[in-house]
Ligand binder design. Structure first.
Ligand code: C2O
Ligand code: CU
Ligand code: CU
Length: 496
């Protein structure tokens, strides 16, 4: 592809725009889809079993054109899993795609064998044993399965908005871009007792950007061309739940939106328009790791890739017939538009946002006896100093499956410091954390609650307290800019 296909209108995101070819739809012309909820194939005491086939699907994303997606059950986003805290969810995953996959439950407290380690490949059904794909199975020995693998999620964790997505070594970015991502919602008794909006007023919203070729297919740099996008690939079409700049009709009532930044590299600063101090605001009720102790009003929601914000918007303060637009003020041009709400009817609304959401929420306190570890996220260039073959590193090294950077004890809390040369959304598997300082200052509003992903900004140090619960074994932390992740910005830790 030539330089003409690129634009630098990236706004505050780290990355480069890959331009679409052909005409793009006008904003707010298609209805917001909501992914279907997966149904178990069987349930027994304490466990629900699902069967999912990763396969190609032909879907209409741009009106009048067809896009081939690589989807869980052939759809994008994949089906939403509705799970219960402490109740085992088992996903029997079949791979009918032409490429190996790895499935990771992001935010899940998951045993290592089911966590989706990047070399634990699930090879396609049509693959003869012993054959390798792109040299991958041979180059990185992992727990390889052929055609089928069962992922077990015991979910010893609070209610929270999780998501699942592809995590294949070196290929997560293109495979997620082509559709391998979906919601996984965990609910629990504490949340059930709250009078929050629910039913069809509890809506997951997956935000991601994509680019398209003129025939409607996804556009993404080939493996070779990816070197031209070291900072990340940005699309020029904003999707919400897989639809371009959609419109959602709402009642004049409260809605709960589970916002997910499912983009490879794009960052969001979401605002409502019209907005104001009494209406047109987001009230945040939850973060990556579930409910906050108390709600907090936010004029803007800042989301780096991988982060989730659970918010309530009250449409009752808008006149009937009005529209409320969600803007991304971190973007430029048409990417400033995200989606629109149209307040079309009055409705009864018994929901409330209680002043205390989660009495069980315990703030961790920093303590000088806790083990301290530092992780520096930085770009390095090839050994010859050339600009080519640049790598994204953690503590100076590109990812290696056998290097272990930390060995925290199960049940312990540690102080981790993330520093960076750039925007790096740092994600930790298994463990959740609380942000205690950012750039030597108290955390921002957006850092509230239990998190598994935190936006580390250029030349900033973010300090977190990480609690290791669940399981022993090898896990990873990495940058959730998926292009950085594929360019080796990952590291192992071993819970002992
Ligand atoms: Cu959402 Cu290791 O990833
Ligand atoms: Cu994860
Ligand atoms: Cu990064």
């Amino acid at each position: 592809m030539g330089a003409a296909g690129w634009s630098r209108l990236a706004g505050a995101s780290t990355g480069r725009v890959l331009a679409s070819a052909g005409s793009l739809p006008r904003p707010f012309g298609v209805p917001l889809p909501v992914p279907p909820v997966a149904r178990p194939v069987r349930s027994e005491r304490g466990a629900d079993f699902y069967r999912v086939e990763q396969r190609e699907g032909r879907v209409e994303i741009l009106p009048g054109r067809k896009t081939t997606v690589w989807g869980y059950d052939g759809i994008f986003p994949g089906p939403t899993f509705a799970a219960r805290s402490g109740r085992r969810t088992v996903i029997e995953m079949f791979n009918s795609l032409a490429v190996p996959t790895v499935t990771h439950l992001h935010g899940g407290v998951t045993p290592p064998a089911s966590d989706g380690y990047p070399t634990d490949l699930l090879l396609p059904t049509r693959c003869a044993p012993g054959r390798t794909h792109d040299g991958m199975a041979g180059a990185h020995p992992g727990r390889t399965a052929v055609g089928y693998r069962s992922y077990e999620y015991p979910l010893p964790q609070r209610a929270a908005t999780l998501w699942y997505h592809d995590h294949r070594m070196d290929f997560s970015a293109p495979q997620v871009w082509r559709g391998l991502a979906g919601f996984f919602l965990v609910r629990d008794a504490e949340e059930d007792r709250l009078p929050l909006p629910d039913g069809d007023r509890d809506v997951p919203l997956m935000l991601c950007d994509r680019s398209f070729a003129a025939d409607g297919s996804f556009r993404y740099p080939s493996h070779h061309d990816r070197d031209a996008f070291p900072d990340g690939v940005l699309g020029d079409v904003q999707l919400v739940n897989g639809a371009p700049w959609p419109l959602m009709e709402v009642a004049a009532a409260r809605y709960r939106f589970r916002l997910l930044n499912g983009s490879n590299a794009r960052r969001y600063r979401l605002r409502l328009d019209p907005g104001g101090s009494t209406h047109g605001r987001f009230v945040q009720i939850g973060s990556d790791g579930g409910l906050l102790a108390a709600p907090q009003p936010l004029d803007a929601v800042n989301m780096a890739p991988g982060e989730r914000f659970d918010v309530v918007v009250d449409f009752s303060s808008f006149p009937l017939g009005s529209t409320v637009t969600v803007h991304n003020t971190a973007a430029e041009g048409r990417m400033r538009d995200v989606m629109r709400f149209h307040v079309v009817r009055r409705a009864k609304d018994d929901s409330r946002i209680p002043a205390r959401l989660s009495p069980s929420f315990a703030a961790l306190s920093p303590n000088s006896t806790l083990p301290v570890r530092s992780f520096d996220f930085r770009r390095t260039h090839g050994a010859d100093g050339s600009d080519e073959r640049q790598m994204w590193t953690v503590n100076g090294r590109p990812f290696s499956t056998d290097a272990v950077l930390a060995s925290p004890r199960l049940g312990s809390v540690e102080r981790w410091r993330f520093s960076s040369d750039f925007h790096h959304p740092v994600h930790v598997h298994l463990a959740q954390f609380q942000v205690t300082a950012r750039g030597g200052r108290p955390p921002r509003d957006a850092d509230a609650g239990w998190k598994d992903t935190v936006d580390v900004r250029p030349y900033e140090v973010v300090e977190v307290l990480v609690r290791f619960t669940g399981y022993k074994g090898r896990y990873m932390l990495h940058c959730h800019n998926l292009e950085h992740e594929d360019m080796a910005m990952m590291a192992n830790f071993q819970v002992t």
